[in-house]
Design a protein around this ligand. Sequence first.
Ligand SMILES: *[C@@H]1O[C@H](CO)[C@@H](O)[C@H](O)[C@H]1NC(C)=O
Ligand SMILES: *[C@@H]1O[C@H](CO)[C@@H](O)[C@H](O)[C@H]1NC(C)=O
Ligand SMILES: *[C@@H]1O[C@H](CO)[C@@H](O)[C@H](O)[C@H]1NC(C)=O
Ligand SMILES: *[C@@H]1O[C@H](CO)[C@@H](O)[C@H](O)[C@H]1NC(C)=O
Ligand SMILES: *[C@@H]1O[C@H](CO)[C@@H](O)[C@H](O)[C@H]1NC(C)=O
Length: 571
Amino acid sequence: MATLGNNGFIFSLFLAGYLVHAGTPYDYSATIECLKQPLDPQYGGGLIANPGFDKGIEAWKVDGHVEIETRESGGNKFIVAYNRTTPFTVSQSFHLKDGLFYAFSAWVQLSEGSDIVVATIYNSVKKTVSTVGSVIAKSGCWSMIKGGLTVDHNANAVLHFQSNNTRSELMVDSVSLKEFTKYEWQENRLKNIEKVRKRTLRVNVANKDGKKIGGAKINIQQRKLQFVIGCATPSSILMSESYQKWFVSRFTTAVFDNEMKWYYVEALQGRENYSTPDAMVKFFEDHGIDVRGHNILWGADNIQRWLKDLPPRQLLSESVRRMGSVMSRYAGKLVAWDVVNENLHHPLFEERLGKNASAIFYKIASSLDSRATMFLNEYNTLEHPGDMASIPSKYVEKLQEIKAFPGNEELVIGIGLQGHFDGHPNIPYVRAVFDLLGETKMPIWLTELNVVSCSKQAYYLEEIMREAFAHPAVKGMMIWIGWKPERCNEMCLLNYKLQNSPSGDVVDKLLAEWKTTNLRGVTDNAGAFEVKVFHGDYDVTVYNPDTGANVTKKVKVYDDKSEKLDVSISL
Ligand SMILES: *[C@@H]1O[C@H](CO)[C@@H](O)[C@H](O)[C@H]1NC(C)=O
Ligand SMILES: *[C@@H]1O[C@H](CO)[C@@H](O)[C@H](O)[C@H]1NC(C)=O
Ligand SMILES: *[C@@H]1O[C@H](CO)[C@@H](O)[C@H](O)[C@H]1NC(C)=O
Ligand SMILES: *[C@@H]1O[C@H](CO)[C@@H](O)[C@H](O)[C@H]1NC(C)=O
Ligand SMILES: *[C@@H]1O[C@H](CO)[C@@H](O)[C@H](O)[C@H]1NC(C)=O
């Protein structure tokens, strides 16, 4: 092998580097049920010393006014904080490194009641406390916290577990904090994309008598990506032909900024005006673009004054009238409805009409439109680990509550995660939330993805889009927003002159990267040509140079259990 010389040497260095970097694969497993026994710590605990408490309380500290000890149940050891007078319980110190991603997980239980248990990490350099994960913990069983953290400098840090319910003992077990380089993180994504977004297409060419044709030329054109990449737009879509061209040549799905909202079409009670959303729905219908219905009901503060002040009985009848009005108008034309928008943050209907209000509205909605998927749509679940109103376990609880209502058991409820990121996204936390919510087996969409205006806006957008595209539980993402003719204060993919913004360039780059198209090939002696393509709709053209005959076949290469899709074409 000496003849390899320098190249061989460099190649082995590269291999060595690769092996070091390839490191541990990310552990996608997550548990949303409360279990009799906790599972083992992920990655053997990673940075955490004595993660399963097999060595008693070694490496752990009393944190606040509590006492701690280890106990054992069914052969499993864990730590208990008891006689508590403060939310804090136990802690452990370690060192965090600049530029790494940290995946976090732990299992917790309370001795009585139910309360949110929060894991935080204190950063000694920045003197900040970050929430790395949280869960609604219960008594009698163990709940998993899954989350994460990023740091942009070296720092000593302290992990804390806290819960406000100080009457209860807090038990902790199977703690894990595992570091990943950005390279490893990206490798995991690429591996996953190969697995969850692509499939092998085998084109088998034969003549009318079934004789296989070798040397036939194949051309594969993608018409549509199966994974949904859509965009939000205001009514500006009706105003500019060049914006229309830009939109329809990129996106398969659209959602309206405000134009379908109740306050938009019925600002004054009883005076509905659908002319704008009608025109927008028609435009997208004419161009074969799917539309999400955003939204039917919304309990936020900025709803119509007349609605806010209604007594419960009228609030209910007006809400049902609204559902009938907008849904009968667009039923069958839309792919999704945000039924009760942001009901974790704005539980107006639950407060005024009772605990089952949303469950009842989802039931009515599904009976009014059986084609579209009914979505929950919430903010901060991905963006702000510290917002306790919409943490993953609150989301799961709401979803399960709606599905448990008589008649809703079989309902597919879409998990809408808005994704309005302000500044530095916590990417490992985002992945952990996908892992957890994915366990519901309901489809996850990013419904309103944008990043606040900042110097790294486009870079952060790219990171989040890559993260979402690589995750098996995510089925779509809607970018917020295309073009605003007036000043754009948030994130617009086009500037006011209708030129791509840096974020628009990122979207274009990724759309091109996630597309298999203009692909040429030649069948082998067995008459077959095989290639791995992104899930989607394709035109496959076969040309027989011997006879001059050609045939084009429409092929749907969709996500499926079987790895290979065989398509036979005869000419
Ligand atoms: C401290 O905890 C122990 C064990 O749970 C309990 O028996 C004892 O009453 C507690 N003491 C106080 C002062 O709460
Ligand atoms: C615990 O209480 C503090 C102070 O009232 C509050 O800010 C925090 O949100 C509470 N935490 C949880 C998880 O409810
Ligand atoms: C309905 O809205 C459209 C668009 O804003 C407007 O042009 C039209 O005058 C409105 N119709 C009525 C009856 O108010
Ligand atoms: C909610 O619905 C469930 C199932 O029908 C019922 O058992 C429960 O009493 C309802 N709760 C309220 C507050 O109406
Ligand atoms: C395929 O056939 C059509 C007519 O059937 C013809 O117009 C076209 O040029 C052919 N394409 C090629 C590549 O030969």
